[in-house]
Design a protein around this ligand. Structure first.
Ligand code: UGA
Length: 428
């Protein structure tokens, strides 16, 4: 099949590479010449394990082409996916301006062949129908198209596996021809097929992200109780997670969820529900607990550190990505700078992005041990694998005071005590 993606962010680029790899001809439309040039030379612009290799392989096979032209791509496409950003507005609503202007461009360029237009960007219920109206307003008479909602569930850091091996493919459409086209496109992929209405598909995406965020906030809430009452949150989560109705996954407490999805999507669902007159206090509580999780580690540091020199390990909002959008690290570092802490940070991938925010206000190192040199405390904010088996004796020697605040519970408290550290983790 021939497919066009408009947008080359995480969702657009990863899905485009996967469909190209499955043998389709894929066009990716962008608008910044510099970025298109880099993408065409095999630079994915983002760090995602395996993505550069997959991109290069499919560029070499001439199955993926980057362009700024709608007129050379949309008319030959069986499916056009919109995969542009929907950043949150001040009031939490998703900003749809780019999605809708892209829809107009697609409408102007639809050709003689039947085309399915589908929004991969996370958009509030009702948006796909708005896209259809935008297209109808500008398309040539007689153009044959349908809209369908086909949300994406990939995670940063494991985006390729998630896309090649989805648990389910959700298709929201009221046109059998559109459903059949998307079923054909997804045929090589495993996972259940969930065929629903457009509205249900749109809501599924927000409902999925919001329940995952709710699980995380629930784990954080229980961690607050464990800290005060003397329990161990890992044991509690193990104990409840073995119940198949609950499951252990996404019950890791920490310094709160971040990233470009959960914070934005929970806010957007609150905004949608509130506008419809639904009491959204369950999700406002989820947000409040998430803020509290970030605040707690700051309080622990202030209460228990005597000096002002702090090393930080981990800036990315999660491991295996260089993404720092809504990363807990940014919030926590801002708070610590306000308290006049001197910070030296290490992250294997995300330092460049964090430097864009903090500049010279903090020091960045290329080596985890260097971040701990003469430090009064070490703070761990992302659970990168390389921290799990690091030489802790060397870390201890390098620090001024052997004090660790572990926001991701990567070490065993008893072992840390034996090694001579004062060790604060979450809910244990
Ligand atoms: C999330 C969803 O998991 C994907 O299914 C979805 O497609 C994506 O949003 C999206 O809407 O595009 P992502 O934000 O990439 O994916 O990463 P997650 O693995 O979900 O982690 C999000 C945040 O939750 C991270 O800050 C992570 O540290 C935190 N988290 C996750 C916890 O604090 N505890 C957990 O148990 C799990």
């Amino acid at each position: 099949m021939t497919i066009t993606f408009v947008g080359h962010g995480y969702v657009g680029l990863v899905t485009a590479c996967v469909f190209a790899d499955l043998g389709n001809m894929v066009y990716v439309v962008g608008h910044t010449p510099e970025k298109l040039k880099r993408l065409s030379s095999g630079d994915p612009l983002i760090f995602e394990p395996g993505l550069a290799e997959l991109l290069k392989k499919n560029l070499a096979a001439k199955r993926i082409v980057f362009t700024n032209s709608y007129s050379e791509t949309v008319p030959k496409s069986d499916v056009v996916f919109i995969a542009v950003g929907t950043p949150p507005k001040e009031n939490g609503e998703a900003d749809l301006s780019t999605v809708l202007s892209v829809a107009t461009e697609i409408g102007k360029n639809l050709g003689d062949r039947y085309t399915v237009v589908s929004c991969k960007s996370t958009v509030p219920v009702g948006t796909n129908r708005m896209i259809a109206h935008k297209i109808e307003a500008v398309m040539k008479k007689g153009t044959e198209f349908d809209i369908a909602s086909c949300p994406e569930f990939l995670r940063e850091g494991s985006a390729l596996t998630d896309t090649f091996e989805p648990d389910r493919v959700v298709i929201g459409s009221e046109a059998q021809k559109a459903t059949d086209t998307l079923l054909r496109l997804h045929k090589p992929l495993p996972g259940a097929r969930v065929l629903v209405s457009i509205e249900s598909a749109e809501i599924i995406k927000y409902a999925a992200n919001s329940i995952l965020a709710t699980k995380i906030s629930y784990a954080n809430l229980i961690s607050f109780i464990c800290e005060k009452a003397g329990g161990n949150v890992d044991e509690v989560m193990e104990g409840i997670g073995l119940d198949k109705r609950i499951g252990r996954i996404f019950l890791d407490p920490g310094v709160g969820y971040g990233g470009s999805c959960f914070p934005k999507d929970v806010k957007a669902l609150i905004s949608t529900g509130s506008a419809l007159g639904v009491d959204m206090s369950l999700l406002t509580a989820v947000e409040k607990i998430n803020d509290q999780a970030k605040e707690n580690i700051v309080e622990k540091i202030i209460m228990n550190t005597s000096g002002k020199k702090i090393g930080i390990w981990g800036l990315a909002f999660k491991p295996n990505t260089d993404d720092i959008r809504f990363a807990p690290s940014t919030y926590i570092i801002k708070k610590l700078l306000k308290e006049a802490y001197e910070i030296c940070a290490y992250d294997p991938e995300a330092s460049i992005n964090s430097k864009k925010i903090f500049g010279a206000k903090i020091t960045f190192t290329e080596d985890p041990y260097a971040a701990t040199k003469d430090a009064d405390a070490l703070v761990i904010l992302t659970e990168w694998n390389e921290f799990k088996q690091i030489n802790l004796a060397r870390v201890k020697k390098s620090m001024k005071t052997p004090l660790i605040f572990d926001g991701r519970n990567i070490y065993n408290p008893q072992e840390m005590e034996l090694l001579g550290f004062s060790y604060f983790s979450v809910g244990r």
